[in-house]
Design a protein around this ligand. Structure first.
Ligand SMILES: [Zn+2]
Ligand SMILES: [Zn+2]
Length: 290
């Protein structure tokens, strides 16, 4: 049985200068990450009321502990008279989620005439979604036992090219009229979310190490769980330690949030194990989501 403090209704709140992350993530129970400053959520294994106002939900993969309450989020918004949110899902899962929604409506006796399908938006690795003019999300491939995507949120800034420094506003307006590209676009990686994943994702998608905040999974911690970690497509503590040794310069994040621990462990065991095994300089940047 899960230790009593693993309660999906009781998220952890992490306060950063620019983001307040409200999240819960224990393997098989539920995972959700709410970032109100970005007006979005990642995964929806549970749907606390704080999640309801968020307009975009990025789903990593179809396992129930990450998606079970996506349709609840949609239904609550409808009930409260809010505009529909958008749900971004790996393209291979689109039909499945559409079918799930229809089955649910049938069970609830909603007629076809009254049925409004959820706004599901399929994504592939490399696809970009604009949250607004200066904020974009980019999907990338994640290794797990099902089709899975990770997401990086970028602040997108325009910067004057060096050769145009010192020009007046009027000159720049004229250049704009003439179609001269006098600005460079800067994509500053702000936050990366990886749902369930083997360590292979970090070896391949090295750009994730440049996000200010990085969320990664660390499901298994015990020596005798290495096989099960591999079989189920998860990360084991030994995998992470090996990665840190083999690729010391990759994870340059200011904050690294470790999540999705097996529900067999209690909080004390997780904290004790990580504090005794993770290298000091790494540990200083780590937040443990329990
Ligand atoms: Zn999971
Ligand atoms: Zn999973």
């Amino acid at each position: 049985m899960a230790p009593p403090h693993h309660n999906p209704g009781r998220p952890i709140v992490l306060e950063f200068p620019q983001e307040t992350i409200t999240a819960f993530s224990i393997s098989a129970l539920a995972t959700y990450v709410l970032v109100p400053e970005l007006n979005c959520a990642f995964d929806m294994g549970e749907c606390p009321m704080d999640a309801v106002p968020l307009d975009r939900v990025f789903i990593s993969h179809a396992h129930g502990d990450h998606t079970r309450c996506m349709l609840r989020h949609e239904a609550l918004r409808r009930l409260m008279g809010m505009a529909p949110a958008t749900y971004y899902v790996p393209e291979q899962t689109l039909e499945g989620f559409q079918g799930l929604s229809r089955a649910w409506k049938q069970l609830e006796n909603v007629s076809d005439r009254n049925y409004e399908p959820p706004q599901l938006h399929p994504l592939r690795p490399g696809d970009v979604v604009w949250l607004h003019r200066q904020l974009a999300a980019k999907a990338f491939q994640v290794n797990h036992s099902l089709p899975s995507l990770g997401y990086t949120i970028f602040d997108v800034r325009k910067k004057l090219k060096e050769e145009f420094h010192g020009r007046s506003g009027r000159e720049l307006a004229q250049l704009r009229k003439e179609g001269v590209a006098f600005e460079d676009e800067q994509w500053l990686p702000r936050l990366t979310y990886i749902g369930d994943s083997t360590i292979d994702t970090l070896y391949r998608e090295r750009h994730v190490g440049e996000s200010r905040i990085l969320l990664i999974e660390l499901t298994y911690l015990m020596e005798d769980e290495r096989n099960i970690a591999r079989k189920r497509g998860h990360t084991h503590l030994e995998d992470l330690l090996t990665f840190l040794k083999e690729c010391p310069g990759v994870l340059n994040n200011q904050h690294i949030i470790l999540k999705h621990f097996s529900m067999r462990y209690d909080r004390r065991l997780i904290l004790h194990t990580l504090k005794s095994r993770l290298p000091k300089p790494f540990l200083e940047r780590v937040h443990i989501l329990v």
